[in-house]
Design a binder for this molecule. Sequence first.
Ligand SMILES: [Zn+2]
Ligand SMILES: [Zn+2]
Length: 120
Amino acid sequence: MMKALVYGGPGAMEWTEVPLPELHDPRDAIVRVDAVTICGTDLHILKGDVPEVVNGRILGHEAVGTVLEVGAAVTGVAEGSRVLISCISGCGRCRFCRTGAYGQCLEGGGWVLGHLIDGT
Ligand SMILES: [Zn+2]
Ligand SMILES: [Zn+2]
């Protein structure tokens, strides 16, 4: 188990115990967070302005940490790599990522952490 800040609906959040993360996709990496912060977007989520964020979602989309485990398709980082976790993910290969428009990624990127999936 580990500690996480969990959204509980508008105006509600709880620092609570959650299960350790697991790899779900061969492109996933598990990162031990060394530092994380909050930003204006989190404040909007907490006010209920971002309805895609469901109750029970682990918040956070900006952090630095150390890679603990990577999926079989990960080539850019390995166990022990120090990484910056960007709020915007990108596949790096689709037509949008190739022009630096990661927010429009066609392969599952964009703003997903702490939004559509559990965050940092
Ligand atoms: Zn942010
Ligand atoms: Zn992409």
